[in-house]
Design a protein around this ligand. Structure first.
Ligand SMILES: [Ca+2]
Ligand SMILES: [Ca+2]
Length: 367
């Protein structure tokens, strides 16, 4: 990527956010655009004076391929079985397209056939698969649960053919993981998974906001489509992040219930700041959470924005270190935007500049 392209990308993100702010306050629009132009010209001049960042030493290590574990649950009825299998196929295809190692569990007997005596149950296979996964890695680990769920007031479960998966067991099995982890649970009652699974470095997406939303959830259907739908690419960077897919699928769910004139029985959530509290889709403006569950907390969505099942060609060229640094810079930008109301405009742009500069340099250094 050229310096100009890298510069453009960092600046565009900021411009897009400012556009949103200007929409809320039209009288500020001219002033903001003028500031934006001044800042960008200033950054461009400053960048031109910098030494060539491609000379900076960075270990040229290829990123580790992600693993995608797709678990298809007990269907109960044939019609559900067909749907779960179709969703599983969509996830597998996307995983393959993105160069991930894909492991499918339960898909072959999702209609409810009893496992042969002595053979491993789907639950056993899942446990074994997770135990065999690298605990420390820079490769993303996706765990995708497609099926029905239940909640008895204490324990949430994902229904498998054979013994069900209890969220407490899953939490234990995932405890040793020290790698980027996304758990996507599209089942009914899945909202009860968040509290037990939430941790730093983890994204948790659920089809419902609590264990008491127990009707069949359509979210999984729309999510399976959104993970490769170009229309879901809100920030237009050529790839669909898990955050973008969550937002797109959630909106489709809302549309479905509205167009059918039915009361929505499912409300998806996303948690990725480790606080155990999910953020609903309507708290996002674009890809930015404008509301959060706790005052002063980090917003949800920053980590989920880094998970892309089918990465763009540019994304594939980022080293793990570059990915990590970008993530840190995006978090800094997010904090800075939170602080903006308390800063003068000069203070804001003074603090913004070095972050955007470093982002631009990072993009420029991508080989
Ligand atoms: Ca995107
Ligand atoms: Ca949260």
């Amino acid at each position: 990527m050229s310096m100009r392209e890298g510069m453009k990308r960092g600046a565009e993100n900021e411009r897009s956010r400012r556009r949103e702010e200007a929409d809320r306050a039209p009288s500020e629009r001219v002033r903001l655009l003028t500031s934006a132009a001044t800042t960008i010209v200033g950054l461009w001049l400053a960048l031109s004076a910098l030494p060539n960042p491609t000379t900076a030493a960075e270990p040229p290590r290829a990123p580790t391929a992600p693993t995608v574990i797709i678990v298809t649950g007990a269907a109960g009825e044939e019609e559900f079985g067909k749907q779960f299998t179709a969703w599983s196929d969509a996830w597998r295809k996307a995983g393959n397209l993105g160069g991930a190692r894909v492991v499918s569990i339960g898909a072959t007997n999702a209609t409810g056939a009893t496992p042969a005596a002595g053979s491993l149950t789907d639950l056993g296979r899942l446990q074994q698969t997770l135990a065999a996964e690298a605990k420390q890695s820079d490769g993303d680990l996706w765990l995708v649960l497609l099926g029905h769920g239940t909640f008895d007031g204490r324990e949430a479960k994902f229904n498998l053919v054979g013994p069900d998966l209890a969220v407490s067991d899953l939490a234990d099995w995932l405890k040793p993981m020290r790698r980027p982890l996304a758990i996507v649970d599209t089942s009914s009652a899945s909202g009860a998974f968040i509290k037990k699974l939430s941790a730093p470095g983890r994204v948790i997406v659920t089809a419902t906001r609590s264990g008491s939303e127990e009707n069949y959830a359509r979210f999984g259907d729309y999510l399976a489509a959104a993970i490769i739908d170009p229309l879901a690419d809100l920030d237009r960077d050529g790839q669909i992040s898990l955050l973008e897919a969550f937002i797109a699928a959630s909106h489709k769910v809302s549309e479905f219930y509205r167009s059918e004139g039915r009361l929505a029985t499912e409300h998806a959530l996303l948690d990725d700041n480790g606080d155990g509290l999910g953020t609903p889709p309507d708290w996002f403006r674009g890809t930015r959470a404008v509301k959060r569950a706790t005052e002063g907390g980090t917003p949800d969505g920053l980590l989920a924005a880094q998970f892309c099942l089918v990465p763009s060609d540019f994304e594939k060229r980022l080293t793990p270190a570059q990915r990590q640094r970008r993530s840190e810079l995006e978090t800094t930008l997010s904090r800075l935007r939170d602080l903006k109301p308390k800063l003068t405009e000069t203070e804001y742009y003074q603090q913004l500049e070095p972050v955007l500069l470093e982002l631009a340099r990072l993009y420029q250094s991508v080989k």
